[in-house]
Unconditional design. Structure first.
Length: 381
C-alpha cells in the first residue's frame, strides 16, 4: 500500500501536555496535513492556557487547553493524538480509548503498550470489545511509539525483507536513563533507587511479557511464526556501585542502579525472536553489558541467518539528549501515522496493518509559515 495523503488537513486533538504531549502539540502544529483544534490536560492549572505556551513554542496557537473530555469530543476531530501516561492505569486507559473510538474519533496513542499487539495478553473478549467499539463509531485505534514501537516492530520487519533465511531476530534498547523524566516509571515500575529486595512492578512474573511481549509477538505475526506460550523472561538487576542523581530519582550506592532483561519467543524450544533491554542510571556502570556504538542510547536490530545483518539506530535532540528526542520520536511516529490510521478499517490497527508512513511535508523549506497554529507553520517539532 502507498502513502495516504488527505485531501484537506485533518482536525486533531492532542490528549495531554506532559513529556510526550508538549512535543505532540509542536509536531501537529508543524504538520501540513494536520490542524490542531483542541488540547486536553489533566492539570486544572493548565486549563485555559494556550497550547503554544504549554508546548514552549514561544508563540500562541489560538487553541486553549481544557480538562473537559466532552468539550473536545464535541469538536468532532478526525483524530486524537493520545500521549497521556498509561503505565499506571492500563485498564482505565483502555476504557478511555475504547470510548473515543466508540464516539467516532480515531486515535493514535503511545499506550497502553499491550495494545501494540494484544493477542495472548488481553482476553479475546476485551480485544473484540475494542474492535466492536471501532465498528460502532467507524473509527480506528493505533498504539505505537519508539519502544515498544517502530524500533522493534517496523524497523526489524523491514530489515527481514532482505533475508534469505532467518534463524533469529533480536531487537534491543541500550540506554542511559539518568535524564529520562518519568518518576513513576523509574522508581515504582523499574525500582531504580530502591533497595534490591524492593518488589518493583516490572519484575513480577509475567509482567515483562505483558509490557514487551507484544513486540515479540508482532514480529512473529509479521514473519508468520507461531511462538510457544508463555514467552520466556530473563532478568538481571544490579546495585549501583556509586551514588548518582537522575532527573527522576536519586540512586544511592547499593540500591538498584541497572537492569538487563529479555523477553524471548521460542519455536520448538529454540529462541527465534528476542527483545532485550539494557538500562543504566549511570553511564559508567556495567562495562560487561552492551553499549551503544556512540552516544548515550541506541536501538539495535540483529538478524542471524543468511545474510547476517545488524543495524544500530540512535537519536538525540537538536538541543537535548536522547531522552528528549525519545519523546519527540514517540510523538512523531504517531503524528505522521494519523492520515493512515484515519483511513484504516475501524477497530484496532496493528503496525503491520499500516501502509508506508513517512515524514511527508516536513522537509525544511517546503512548508508555509502561517503562524496560525493550523498545521501549516514551522513550529519546533
Amino acid at each position: 500500500m502507498s502513502q495516504v495523503i488527505p485531501e484537506k488537513p485533518l482536525r486533531v486533538v492532542v490528549w495531554s501536555t506532559g513529556t510526550i504531549g508538549r512535543h505532540a502539540i509542536a509536531g501537529v502544529d508543524a504538520h501540513p496535513d494536520l490542524e490542531l483544534v483542541g488540547v486536553w490536560t489533566s492539570t486544572p492549572a493548565k486549563a485555559g492556557k494556550d497550547a503554544g505556551e504549554l508546548a514552549g513554542l514561544g508563540r500562541e496557537l489560538g487553541v486553549k487547553a481544557t480538562t473537559d473530555r466532552d468539550e473536545l469530543i464535541a469538536l468532532r476531530p478526525d483524530c486524537i493524538v493520545h500521549g497521556a501516561m498509561t503505565d499506571d492505569r492500563i485498564f482505565e486507559a483502555i476504557e478511555d480509548l475504547t470510548g473515543f473510538i466508540r464516539d467516532g474519533v480515531n486515535v493514535v496513542s503511545s499506550g497502553p503498550v499491550i495494545l501494540v499487539h494484544p493477542d495472548n495478553v488481553l482476553p479475546p473478549e476485551m480485544i473484540e470489545d475494542l474492535n466492536a467499539a471501532g465498528r460502532e463509531g467507524g473509527a480506528s485505534l493505533h498504539v505505537n511509539g519508539i519502544d515498544p514501537g517502530f524500533a522493534n516492530d517496523v524497523l526489524p520487519l523491514v530489515m527481514t525483507s532482505l533475508s534469505q533465511r532467518i534463524d533469529h531476530v533480536k531487537v534491543s534498547e541500550v540506554a542511559d536513563y539518568s535524564t529520562y523524566y518519568q518518576p513513576v516509571v523509574m522508581k515504582e515500575l523499574f525500582g531504580f533507587g530502591q533497595p534490591m529486595d524492593f518488589e518493583a512492578v516490572l519484575w513480577q512474573p509475567g509482567l515483562l511479557s505483558t509490557a514487551w511481549g507484544p513486540v515479540v509477538r508482532v514480529i512473529a505475526a509479521g514473519l508468520g511464526v507461531t511462538l510457544e506460550e508463555p514467552l520466556t523472561e530473563e532478568i538481571e538487576r544490579r546495585p549501583a556501585t556509586r551514588s548518582v542523581e537522575t532527573v527522576s530519582v536519586d540512586v544511592a550506592e547499593g540500591t538498584m542502579g541497572s537492569v538487563r532483561f529479555r523477553v524471548i519467543g521460542k519455536v520448538d524450544g529454540v529462541p527465534r525472536i528476542t527483545l532485550e533491554h539494557v538500562t543504566r542510571t549511570d553511564a559508567a556502570s556495567d562495562d560487561d553489558w552492551p553499549r551503544p556504538a556512540e552516544g548515550d542510547g541506541c536501538y539495535r536490530v540483529e538478524i542471524t541467518g543468511e545474510p547476517m545483518m545488524k543495524v544500530e539506530f540512535s537519536h538525540h535532540g537538536e538541543h537535548g539528549d536522547h531522552n528528549v528526542s525519545g519523546m519527540i520520536v514517540t510523538a512523531q511516529r504517531l503524528i505522521n501515522a494519523v492520515p493512515a490510521v484515519v483511513a484504516a478499517e475501524p477497530g484496532l490497527v496493528s503496525p503491520i496493518d499500516l501502509p508506508l508512513v513517512t515524514g511527508r511535508g516536513l522537509v525544511t523549506g517546503t512548508r508555509t509559515d502561517s503562524g496560525s497554529g493550523t498545521g501549516t507553520g514551522t513550529g519546533t517539532a
